[in-house]
Write a protein that binds this ligand. Sequence first.
Ligand code: ZN
Length: 255
Amino acid sequence: MNLCFNTALAAGYKSKAQIARVLSESWAASNVFCPCCGYSSLTKLDNNEPVADMRCDKCGEVFELKSAKGKLGKKIPDGAYETMIQRINSLTNPELFVLQYTPEYEVTDLTLIPKFFFVPSIIEKRNPLPPTARRYGWVGCNILYSNIPKQGKIPIIQNKNVVDKEIVVEKYTTVKQIQTNNIETRGWLFDVLNCVNSIHGDVFTLKEMYGFVDVLQELHQDNHNIEAKIRQQLQLLRDKGFIEFLGSGVYRKKI
Ligand SMILES: [Zn+2]
């Protein structure tokens, strides 16, 4: 995999944002394999395609590409808020590639966020654009990247090291078990998974999980039996292969 952008393609473009888009999209289309099925390349879609930037011709998955020069912040700016929420609720949002590159246009990191890791709670509504803006009143969104559980961030390139294709596809296939068609269930599952992830070490107890009751109550104010919900979500995480039960309220992380 060639990690350098083909800067010759920037000829004729003036805006920095446009140059970044053209270079990163063409780099991805000619270098990245499909992380969902392992097919060797992706097809770049027309710029007027509203949903996605690339498609895998073998498995049909579509991908959106977001790129950042240098270090990634906690939030990634994305398109229109309402459209994003609609796509998540109707399960039609694309898989997301997050690409980081140096000022010299060399790729350092590429991460896949599987589409089923998106929930409305990781989407932040931005303020409407002011009257001085060309698109006055338009409301965009931010993806709260740091709120996505670590299992939903699959590295493809890490610090300029390319991860083996087989490893990437295997990880994608494993975490795909978490997919649910119910958005509310999905939100609960990720909130509890984030709590599990924040516990140090691989083995943890139900008592430790009850330590998150206040945090989860804050996120789900309508629920009045958080402890029961925690137990239910731990069972789901077990059924989906993320954790195992060792007995007597003790659990082990598997992924
Ligand atoms: Zn594919």
